[in-house]
Ligand binder design. Structure first.
Ligand code: PYC
Length: 310
């Protein structure tokens, strides 16, 4: 029988399951190296933690690791129902809230090591969390792709810690009741990008699709983000919002320090700004998470589905 301690939270409706203690030994190298070990040796653990019957396709897992630099508050590897995420905005807010819940951190600045770089975070006195994300950028502007059954769709390709295809002119209604249609449409875009070999930098797979519409009631924009495992993001997506800010900055449509309020398809919100350092855009995302559960996952060797249903 194996066990591992977890804390669940949600950030704007999107769940994060933080693995506090696990039976894994992913080594002591950089987080990118440890991710490689995790992927090669322990993928069964990823599936056991987030997939049914213990989880579902909407859970993002966060494996807490010893940071390389002891002055950092934590190292973290994010994963989901189908694989691994470079960074995760809502997940980082969930990790910070969990560390605060466990009494491991106090309000103030904390650095978190991820496989794609070091992220500075701030736990605010009121419990909200600001994530100062890694540099984000637009890789390509207004790229068109032919979508079966829908015609040509045009979007920007941008990096915010994950790769995004951001579409404004999509002809879809971004309303909660249309989530099944939005999921199907966004998935077709994802498939068409892959088929057409349209990628991020260095041939990277574009595995997040971000449909955007003008916001209302104080929101700058509303989005529908489809994640790699075909689940939609209940939160406004921190890395997606970072990618959007990079596009707005590149188009001169948002000034450094100006606040962008990104609303999700279910109405949850992040406040976002960016700063310029050198010629790089660094987004900051503020949101709030709530702890929903503390417990232990039990992996019983007699259980035929102990590694999850993937
Ligand atoms: O908030 O960056 C994010 C995110 C990525 C996938 C789900 N949420």
């Amino acid at each position: 029988m194996q066990e591992c301690a977890i804390v669940d939270s949600h950030t704007g409706g999107e769940p994060t399951r933080v693995v506090i203690a696990s039976p894994l030994e992913p080594g002591f190298g950089s987080l990118a190296e440890r991710l490689q070990v995790f992927r090669e040796r322990y993928d069964w653990f990823r599936s056991a933690v987030v997939n049914e019957p213990r989880g579902s396709e909407i859970i993002v897992g966060a494996l807490l690791c010893e940071p390389q630099d002891p002055s950092y508050s934590a190292g973290v590897i994010f994963f989901n129902n189908v694989g691994y995420l470079g960074m995760c905005g809502h997940g980082t807010i969930g990790v910070m809230t969990t560390l605060a819940y466990l009494g491991r951190i106090k309000p103030g600045r904390h650095r978190i090591e991820t496989p794609v770089g070091v992220v500075t975070t701030e736990l605010l006195e009121d419990g909200r969390v600001t994530v100062h994300n890694i540099a984000s950028y637009r890789h390509a502007k207004q790229v068109s792709v032919e979508i079966e059954g829908y015609g040509s769709v045009t979007g920007d390709i941008a990096w915010g810690g994950n790769w995004f295809f951001l579409v404004e002119d999509h002809g879809q209604k971004l309303h909660e009741e249309h989530i099944p249609q939005l999921t199907e449409f966004a998935w077709r875009i994802r498939e068409a990008l892959e088929r057409s070999e349209i990628t991020g930098a260095n041939g990277a797979l574009i595995d997040h699709i971000d449909l955007l519409a003008p916001g209302s009631h104080g929101a700058s924009s509303k989005n529908f983000v489809l994640c790699p495992g075909k689940a939609y993001d209940r939160s406004p997506c921190g890395t997606g919002t970072s990618a959007k800010l990079a596009c707005l900055a590149a188009d001169g449509k948002l000034k450094p320090g100006e606040v962008w309020v990104q609303e999700s398809i279910i109405g949850s919100r992040f406040q976002a700004t960016y700063r310029i350092e050198g010629d790089q855009v660094y987004p900051s995302i503020t949101g709030e998470a709530f702890v929903t559960l503390e417990g232990r996952l039990i992996l019983d060797e007699r259980d035929p589905f102990k590694w999850g249903i993937s």
